[in-house]
Design a protein around this ligand. Structure first.
Ligand code: SF4
Length: 594
């Protein structure tokens, strides 16, 4: 390992050739060949933890390598695994809530009783959650440690809470869950342990009778899972039965917190070494009201993921969604007026649909002013063993679309997507072994993008235009404004674009049709992750692009006659907005436009 590292460091010092992933791969192959290895003992994934371990525990050896700050910067850039994961400038951490009944029972929804409704035990985030007893603190901490070992900067963290329907969990559990998320981020930044240490937490769960052994968990739930798969028990009945078991009942007695306790962690996070710059939760439209939006905001939430799936009444009904179009419309309005970023789940190939009907339905989602999401997760429906869709498959009432049909549909959806909407996903992270029928291609998105690129089609959708890890020259950027209307607001999507039309940053400005205060719903600047306050080395962050977007939004709001502008700031960005002239104002920060 050391031999490989010294060769890389030597090449970096010599500076004779550009060192990139291909160069590194050639070097590792050469080393492997020289050792006559059939499988590589030195891999990119192992190099970075090795380097960090030597630096932390063998200072003398590390010094002998003669690494200065510039060389180390380049070394970390070269060794970093999966640069895309933090390409947006933020380390994203997904956490999963505990298994819990959901107040709906959609036909296609997986029923894995080891998981919250709709999730499967072998999805990566779910495995991590189960290993950590679904404890929010332990999930965040283990992810932060892993990201650090992979060389990612973790001082800006976006938290995504997934699992069934958030609004169905008791408020005291919600407060505890989010307090523990913030506590984990705050502790990781060097505070020490404000509550139990990870070891004490582990002991506490074990005392209650929990295990994180996947085989043992499978054994404990096998009979109940079998009854669910056979249609003898619903997921909710099974979870209620399992939830009454001693360990969950014992844990529920201490998985509780008050809003004041949560606010204390919020306050600490404002100046912490690792800050929460976004918090997302997942819920259903029929549970979103003005009041529930306020409660979600109190938690520090900035984005809501909402399961829409379809806008066709008949399709919603036969798939047992138990939600009306009016409720979906209401939810969009409530979230928009509360300033949230709105991310929706939308499904193709539901029972009763066709590719043509799906294309028309998606077009309605992205063009009807009652809806117009900011982000979409497009999930083609697929059959997993535990879902009730199985009976429809067996009777022939439901069939998965063929691959070409599906790709054609997703190409059409992508091309119909406006400039202010991002398609965040095109598949669920479900293992192909769990899929009985439906798409198993994990590279479905690449297939869609390749089709679009080869056709030379004009794409407006955000994700395909992102600058990602490529460097941008701020002087080449142009500020562009896309205006659109919703039933409750005029929206302005301000975007920094390169001469080629790629997007380097954007801001979402809402100008509500009633009231005197405008709302900034999102500010996002792409680029390589740079530490908060660190000097920039070519990425798009920290070169004033965000500030310029905010100033432009203020001008536009003032010209439109608004007296003040609010921003739905994440807890960890409050200081940033104070620096831009915003004052704290309850659940938002506000700047006068007088
Ligand atoms: S609302 Fe979501 S979690 Fe609940 S059953 Fe429907 S798809 Fe599953």
């Amino acid at each position: 390992m050391e031999e490989a590292l010294l060769e890389i460091i030597g090449a970096l010092k010599a500076g004779d050739e550009p060192l990139d992933a291909a160069w590194l791969d050639r070097l590792l192959r050469k080393i492997s060949r020289a050792k006559h290895e059939s499988t590589r003992s030195v891999t990119k994934r192992k190099l970075l933890p090795y380097y960090l371990a030597i630096k932390a525990h063998d200072e003398e050896r590390w010094r002998s390598w003669g690494i200065d700050e510039a060389i180390e910067h380049e070394l970390l850039r070269l060794l970093k695994v999966k640069p895309r994961r933090t390409a947006s400038g933020v380390a994203t951490i997904t956490v999963i809530t505990k298994p819990w009944p959901c107040s709906s029972d959609c036909l296609y929804c997986p029923n894995d009783v080891r998981m919250p409704k709709s999730y499967l035990a072998d999805e990566p985030a779910c495995q991590r959650a189960e290993r950590n007893y679904f404890d929010p603190y332990l999930q965040v901490r283990s992810r932060l440690v892993a990201l650090r070992e992979m060389g990612h900067v973790t001082d800006k963290v976006e938290l995504i809470i997934l699992g069934g329907t958030w609004s169905d969990y008791p408020r005291s559990y919600q407060l505890w869950f989010v307090r523990e998320l913030f506590r984990a981020v705050n502790d990781f930044g060097g505070r020490g342990y404000a509550g139990d240490s990870p070891e004490e937490r582990d002991r506490r769960y074990r005392v209650c009778g929990f295990t994180h052994d996947a085989t043992e968990l499978e054994r404990r739930t096998a009979d109940v899972q079998q009854a669910v798969n056979a249609g003898e028990l619903s997921y909710n009945e099974a979870i209620t039965r399992l939830g009454r078991r001693e360990e969950w009942a014992l844990a529920a007695s201490w998985q509780t917190a008050t809003i004041q306790e949560l606010e204390r962690e919020h306050l600490y996070n404002e100046d912490a070494a690792h800050r929460v710059v976004g918090l997302t939760i997942e819920t259903r439209p029929d549970l979103i009201t003005r009041d529930s939006a306020r409660e979600m905001r109190e938690l520090g939430c900035t984005k809501i993921q909402m399961g829409i799936q379809s806008l066709d009444r008949h399709i919603l009904e036969i798939n047992h969604r138990h939600v009306s179009i009016e409720q979906i419309e209401e939810a969009f309005s409530a979230l928009r007026l509360a300033g949230f970023k709105i991310q929706v789940h939308f499904m193709a190939n539901l029972l009763g649909s066709t590719p043509e009907a799906d294309a028309a339905d998606y077009l309605r989602l992205v063009s009807d002013e009652r809806f117009l999401p900011d982000e979409v997760k497009l999930y083609p429906c697929c059959l997993v063993e535990s879902s009730r869709l199985g009976a429809c498959y067996e009777s022939g009432a439901w069939q998965p679309y063929g691959e070409d049909e599906l790709v054609d549909l997703l190409v059409a959806d992508t091309l119909a997507t406006p400039a202010y909407t991002r398609i965040s996903r095109m598949i669920r992270d479900i293992s192909s072994t769990d899929i009985v029928a439906g798409n198993k291609k994990t590279n479905l998105r690449q297939m869609v993008e390749a089709r679009i690129t080869s056709a030379g089609a004009d794409v407006r959708e955000i994700r395909m235009r992102e600058v990602a890890t490529s460097d941008v020259a701020p002087s080449d950027l142009r500020l562009d404004c896309v205006s659109y209307h919703t039933t409750v607001s005029d929206e302005r999507f301000l975007q920094w674009v390169t001469p080629e039309g790629r997007i380097a940053g954007f801001l979402r400005l809402s100008l509500p049709l009633t009231g005197t205060e405008a709302m900034i719903r999102e500010v996002h600047v792409y680029g390589r992750v740079a530490g908060l306050g660190a000097s920039e080395r070519g990425g798009a962050q920290h070169v004033g692009l965000g500030r310029a977007l905010v100033e432009d939004a203020c001008c536009r709001a003032r010209e439109a006659g608004f007296a003040a502008i609010n921003v739905i700031s994440a807890i960890g960005t409050r200081n940033y907005y104070r620096g831009l002239g915003f004052d704290d104002a309850g659940l938002y920060q506000r700047r006068s436009l007088a």
